[in-house]
Ligand binder design. Structure first.
Ligand code: SF4
Length: 125
């Protein structure tokens, strides 16, 4: 990973911290709009997802694919790198260096809190 990529990651976390502190209007809208208004949509759960994604694999019972709804990029705040095209499809402006929790979401059913809009499903073995 080069120096520029590392700086981008630091920027990403810096922006997240600023968003957390400000808890601005966008964040409140995101929390209202998030597919499942669950008690898992908070910063503690985000921290857990971030940590588990570092060493746990994606559950083998996960099926489907990402349909670019963008809902997981709002948990619990709108990611500053979330962008939408004219057709309303979301994408990540730092896709190549996105963190593991974004790469693996939804890693496990217990962490899947955007079931209503997400293209992934967890099936019983
Ligand atoms: S919630 Fe699911 S379908 Fe939507 S962007 Fe995230 S992974 Fe893709």
């Amino acid at each position: 990973m080069n120096r520029k990529s590392l700086l981008n990651i630091y920027d990403y976390h810096f922006v997240l911290i600023i968003k957390f502190i400000n808890h601005n209007k966008e964040t409140k809208i995101a929390m209202k709009n998030t597919a499942e208004k669950t008690d898992k949509n908070n910063y503690i759960s985000k921290l857990k997802r971030s940590l588990t994604s570092l060493f746990l694999p994606v559950d083998k019972n996960r099926k489907g694919k990402c349909i670019s709804c963008g809902e997981c990029c709002k948990l619990p705040n709108i990611c500053p790198f979330l962008v939408y095209n004219k057709k309303g499809k979301s994408s990540c402006s730092v896709y190549k260096i996105r963190p593991p929790s974004c790469r693996k979401y939804p890693r496990a059913e217990s962490e899947h809190i955007t079931k209503e809009s997400c293209g992934y499903k967890f099936v019983k073995p």
